[in-house]
Each structure stands twice: as C-alpha cells, then as structure tokens.
Design a protein around this ligand. Sequence first.
Ligand SMILES: [Zn+2]
Length: 100
Amino acid sequence: MFRCSWCMKKFKNGKPIYGLNVKFVEGKKIIDPEGRIIHIHLESRNTSVPMIVPGEGSEADKQGVDGIFPICSEKCGDKMRDALHKEIGTIQTVNKMTNL
Ligand SMILES: [Zn+2]
C-alpha cells in the first residue's frame, strides 16, 4: 500500500524511507485532525501520487509542513522535487528531504 511517490515501487523492509516535505499555497492546505495518506493529483505528471498529511497540531504541522511525499531514494527525491516545482498552483515550497 505504501509506495514511493515517484517510482511507485513498494518500500522494502530495512531500506530507508525518505520524506519530501512541502508547503501548500494559501487555501490549498489539506487539514486532517488524525493525519493520513491521501492521493494527490500532479498536473505535470498527469497522475495521482501518495502523500502523507500530517495530523493537525503534530510536530510536522507545527513546523509548517503541509504534506510529505514518501520517497525511496535520493534519485527519486531529486526527480520529485523537479516535478513539484512545476505544481505552482498547489505547492508553494519544496523543503529538504528527511528520513521518515
Ligand atoms: Zn522511488
């Protein structure tokens, strides 16, 4: 169920999972009290990809993280970052990748 948001491969046990943190443009933020995984449509790729919505009031939410794209490798992270920079209608800023 839980896949890399770029290459769509399932994460393997024991391999690191990265997260690409983004901030949404004003009014586009998805608010979920519990936090959950949703699918978000990317215009530039014409497909929907998984994204984690941090729970309201969670540590990520407090730090201004509106969404976290799960990523399997740094290579996928770089490609995802380029794609997200084109999503100017939805994504305001793409922050650095962290370990999930
Ligand atoms: Zn990947």
